[in-house]
Design a binder for this molecule. Structure first.
Ligand code: SAM
Length: 293
């Protein structure tokens, strides 16, 4: 009996592969482990988990930012935008733009340059400014759109809200004068892909700027900062936003992010030149910059 079955199989040739296997197989073969805070998860799971974090924190995000940083995030974002040197007519992309904090600042800065030029009687300034806020999470973008309306910018045709992934942008090659990413890059699965996409969409001469929570080296300050991060912030998340786990992830993800030097090297490897960084508050935050020449 067994012999006849074997013969039948041999006559039929190669056994049939289930039809769904080719589509499932690559996922098993190519999905690697990656970090989600201090946990190890599969790569394709990470973006879902990060999505869950930001959907959960969207409505309390701006309040929590103010509470956790004692309002300092506003100064850090001002610093980021001052390094961008925004100008009227600029095409700017703010990736992981969330609720629009950086984009509003870029627009404000451009408006004040335009107003000054008008006051000085300068004419002929090209003003087809376009600022794109790109984020993977529609909940964060929706909070941003509401804020734009509250600020009287609901009808402003310079601001564009785009749902999209930093690792695979929908913008054309060489289409942007500036690219910013604030507190976003440590949440992505492949930092290298984000950097190469930033490089691709920038024009020659375009500026890349990244504001990110970084690494504190000074020993005593580090101890205080660690205590604040791991004991106070998750408790604040629980008390103010009813969500301890998301804030626990946020602090863990900071420790997982490459240090200032390593990250600068990654930006260089993506093709950028004149790469430098500035530490703020002893390295709690760093602003990295580079040019596409
Ligand atoms: C901490 S928030 C920062 C928001 C804003 N840039 C700010 O500084 O207030 C991080 C944002 O990154 C977004 N994000 C995470 N992964 C992303 C990805 N792969 N592509 C685009 N946005 C992403 C989240 O949805 C979230 O809005």
């Amino acid at each position: 009996m067994a012999r006849t079955t074997m013969m039948a199989l041999l006559r039929r040739g190669t056994p049939k592969i289930p039809r769904c296997l080719p589509s499932i197989l690559p996922r098993f073969l190519h999905s690697h482990a990656t970090s989600f805070g201090f946990k190890q998860v599969q790569e394709d799971e990470k973006s879902k988990l990060v999505g869950g974090v930001f959907s959960s924190v969207a409505s309390s995000y701006d309040l929590m930012n103010d509470m956790m940083s004692a309002g300092l995030h506003r100064l850090w974002k001002d610093r980021l935008v001052s390094k961008l040197h925004p100008f009227p007519g600029m095409k700017h992309l703010d990736v992981a733009g969330g609720t629009g904090d950086v984009a509003f600042r870029v627009l404000e800065s451009i408006t004040s340059v335009s107003d000054r030029a008008l006051q000085e009687g300068l004419s002929g300034i090209e003003d087809e400014t376009k600022i794109f806020v790109c984020d993977i999470n529609p909940n964060m973008l929706n909070v941003g759109k509401k804020r734009a309306v509250e600020k009287g910018l609901g009808e402003d045709c310079s601001l564009h809200w785009v749902e999209g992934d930093a690792e695979a942008l929908s913008f054309a090659d060489g289409s942007m004068d500036g690219y910013t990413i604030a507190f976003g890059i440590r949440n992505v699965t492949h930092i290298e892909k984000v950097l190469s996409e930033a490089y691709r969409v920038l024009k020659r001469g375009g500026r890349f700027l990244c504001l990110e929570l970084s690494h504190v080296e000074l020993p005593v300050f580090k101890q205080i900062y660690d205590y604040y991060s791991f004991s106070i912030i998750p408790a604040m998340g629980e008390f103010l936003a009813g969500d301890r786990d998301s804030y626990q992830y946020l602090v863990e993800s900071i420790r997982r992010f490459p240090n200032q030097e390593t990250f600068a090297r990654m930006i260089l490897d993506a093709g950028f030149q004149k790469v430098e960084y500035e530490n703020l508050v002893g390295g709690v935050v760093a602003i990295h910059s580079g040019l596409k020449l």
